[in-house]
Design a binder for this molecule. Sequence first.
Ligand SMILES: [Ca+2]
Ligand SMILES: [Ca+2]
Length: 267
Amino acid sequence: MDTVDLRGRTRSRPPGPAPLGTELSVGRANAPGFTLIEVMMVTAILAIVLGGTTAYLVSMSDSISSEMSQSVLEINGTRTLSTLVDRLADGFVSSPTPGAGSDLASSFIQIKQPADWMGGGDLTNEIEAGNIFGVRAPWGDESGYVEYRFVAHPDAARATVSEVTLDYDINGDGDKDTVFVRGLLVREWNGTSRAPVARNLLWDVLQVETSPGNYGGDIDGDGTDDPIFHMAAGSKRLTMSVWLYGRDGRRHIIHNARTSVALRNQP
Ligand SMILES: [Ca+2]
Ligand SMILES: [Ca+2]
């Protein structure tokens, strides 16, 4: 019987009984194998398939991460604005005062709310006296107002989010030239018996300056200003809109939460 060596050369076996294992060695040598080119082709195909799979998994992971970040912003914004709706519904805007023919558009607002100024536990006598508004502060002050306002982040290094610096179109308007101010929405009680008391309501709020220290510029790049508080002239409906900023490591995300409330006691 002939055998074939690994280089493909045929050799004749000397006469006599075949040594043990000879059939096995012949079978292995004659089995169909792969050439180096075939192995390289398979490796290349596997690399392409694995590369595509990895890219898909990374993309899917980014997508899930972005959606989670977006959901967090959405929940925070919606929850805060819902609280404001509850608190403001029976108040009225004391400042800034809308002009006769101009809208209220501002990054702050001062609200007066019903208060039991004259005692008695309800507002009956105040209503009869024609004056039912105050601050209704937790510590008992009733004269004053509550202010809601945007303030820049106290850490200057975190107070600016710049498309220019990041080379990233955060607001998706097709350019990379908007510089945002990052800050927070604050509520401040202003009574008469103690200094104003402020509390942070919502972090990572974005604004665009219209002039140094003044906010309400165009955030989403649609050419229209985006104040937090807006009320059309002659209207009793206050619109509140906050743009929130978040990152998931790779991507920059903004989310707009918006709602409106009818101020039933607005003059
Ligand atoms: Ca942009
Ligand atoms: Ca805009």
